[in-house]
Design a binder for this molecule. Structure first.
Ligand code: SAH
Ligand code: SF4
Ligand code: F3S
Length: 475
């Protein structure tokens, strides 16, 4: 008999009045756990969104508390953790392929520990499949219990057993977990976790639990600390940042939080993702009023057709979206707007798809991420009848991308001849003379660096526009 704790889709669906407990001392290491990783190396592979990347930083931080050191080399690693994403089927396929491939390393180093965590680990079907067919996986844990990693590793190393522990409850808020931030000048700050929107195609509400916001004072303290440590930019992260605080009665909403974070004086503030439904005028005004809140909003459209939007459970109409889009453009000077679009939602007709194209013509997005609908097991849309062929969906995606590319290029062209502020990220992999970085509008710029270093904010004159980037020279 094993003592596995397995994910449970039914439980993950549960919602109700709930205020998440705040847990400030979750990580308690015993003496064995503190030295378990001495002289050993870890490697974390992250597949998903920025929240998933942030979890990867926390996992790294916990492993370092246990004495493990980071390695870039898979062959040197004693523990490899796959920090996964479940948003579309192809993300999942890549992970299963990688697990198969890692078997090669396990042959060379039989004590290698292979772990699976992240959103895929929250899926019942996936965990059952991995336990049945991928015997080389020693460790499975979910998005709710990163802090259990030391106990789980002790069980594997000392107890010589597999460790599987995934919770599907609504979730808690963890403060004070260690983390190894990947950069020293740009940081992500989780302001909330989970999602209650239940868009019919989406797995996230099931994999990350009920919406739960961190207290404003904890977030502000974290940003203040980052300022003191010399960070230039923070990105406030949540599945739905505009709904921030709705689950905390006396805390203040996202507009309040934006202002408070702006008042810390950190040079650049970004935030993602904004659901159009929860966008208030106060939020728009806060973005407009503070110079250190970057004029860039990711505003997922998903579809331009009202019937499809309704079946997606997005709770706005195309007209409401357009109004919000106009208000943003009119309130925030030089704002750039990007989006997400899904084509081939079950039963989407050619006319309905054309409504999406019309919306793209209207909004002329600065940047966009476009996807073919991918049915996720357990979600309502996966059970909807779908009479659109994959061939048709691929053609729609290509037609859509042609328009999206056209507008991102033509928006980029507007910057040629202008001088912009760029936060220097680093030299390019292929040409060490060429550096890259982002403008306030989140435009990627490649440029020759005359003076300064990574993490500086410098002036760059834009000389050329491409589809996905700008070229320039330092002024
Ligand atoms: N919380 C964000 C979205 C996070 S997921 C929001 O609501 O805007 C990022 C994007 O993945 C979504 O905006 C959507 O366009 C896409 N996506 C989510 N589920 C999908 C699915 N089942 N098939 C295809 N694309 C999907
Ligand atoms: Fe998914 Fe919708 Fe929540 Fe975004 S808002 S994470 S698309 S359910
Ligand atoms: Fe993927 Fe989970 Fe993020 S499904 S997009 S890693 S919240």
């Amino acid at each position: 008999m094993n003592d596995y704790r397995l994910p449970d889709l039914k439980q993950a669906r549960r919602r109700g009045p709930y205020q998440a407990p705040i847990i400030r001392d979750a990580l308690k290491l015993n003496e064995t756990q503190k030295s378990l990783g001495r002289d050993l190396f870890y490697h974390v592979i992250t597949y998903g969104c920025q929240a998933n990347v942030r979890d990867g930083e926390v996992i790294s931080g916990i492993l370092e508390e246990m004495g493990y050191a980071h390695t870039e080399l898979l062959e040197k690693a004693d523990i490899i953790i796959l920090n996964t994403c479940a948003i579309r089927d192809n993300a999942e396929k890549r992970v299963l392929g990688e697990i198969g491939f890692l078997q090669n390393y396990k042959r060379q180093n039989p004590s290698l520990i292979i772990g699976l965590c992240g959103c895929m680990a929250q899926e019942e079907e996936v965990v059952n499949k991995v336990l049945k067919s991928y015997k080389n996986v020693d460790l499975i844990f979910g998005t709710h219990n990163l802090y259990e990693l030391p106990q789980m590793l002790e069980k594997i190393v000392v107890g010589k057993q597999k460790a599987v522990s995934v919770y599907s409850h609504q979730g808690s808020i963890f403060e004070g977990l260690p983390s190894h931030r990947s950069l020293q000048y740009k940081a992500s700050v989780m302001i909330m976790d989970g999602c209650d929107k239940f868009c019919t195609y989406c797995i996230v509400p099931y994999t990350r639990g009920q919406q739960r916001s961190r207290l404003a004072e904890d977030i502000i303290a974290e940003v203040q600390q980052l300022c003191q440590d010399g960070y230039k930019e923070v990105t406030l992260l949540g599945q739905n940042v505009n709904a921030y605080g709705k689950d905390l009665p006396e805390n203040g909403d996202f507009a309040y939080l934006l202002k408070k974070v702006a008042e810390t004086g950190i040079e650049r503030i970004r935030f993602t993702t904004s659901h159009p439904w929860d966008f208030t005028n106060e939020m728009l005004q806060a973005i407009a009023d503070y110079d250190n809140i970057m004029p860039y909003v990711h505003l997922p459209l998903q579809s331009g057709n009202d019937e499809i939007l309704k079946r997606m459970g997005r709770r706005y109409t195309s007209e409401e979206y357009r109004n919000l889009f106009d208000r943003l453009k009119n309130t925030v000077k030089d704002v750039s707007i990007s989006t997400d679009i899904i084509v081939g939602f079950p039963g989407e007709t050619e006319e309905q798809f054309q409504d999406t194209l019309k919306m793209v013509e209207y909004c002329k997005y600065d940047n966009a991420y476009s996807f073919i609908f991918s049915p996720r097991p357990g979600t309502p849309a996966a059970r909807m009848e779908d009479n659109v062929s994959m061939e048709e969906k691929k053609q729609r995606l290509a037609r859509l991308n042609e328009r999206l590319d056209y507008y991102s290029k033509s928006n980029n062209e507007k910057w040629v001849g202008k001088t912009v502020k760029v936060l220097v990220d680093g030299p390019s992999k292929t040409n060490p003379e060429i550096y890259s970085g982002y403008t306030p509008q989140q435009k990627l710029v490649n440029f020759t660096l005359k003076e300064g270093k990574v993490g500086d904010i410098i002036d760059v004159l834009i000389t050329e526009a491409k589809k996905n980037s700008l070229n320039g020279i330092q002024e």
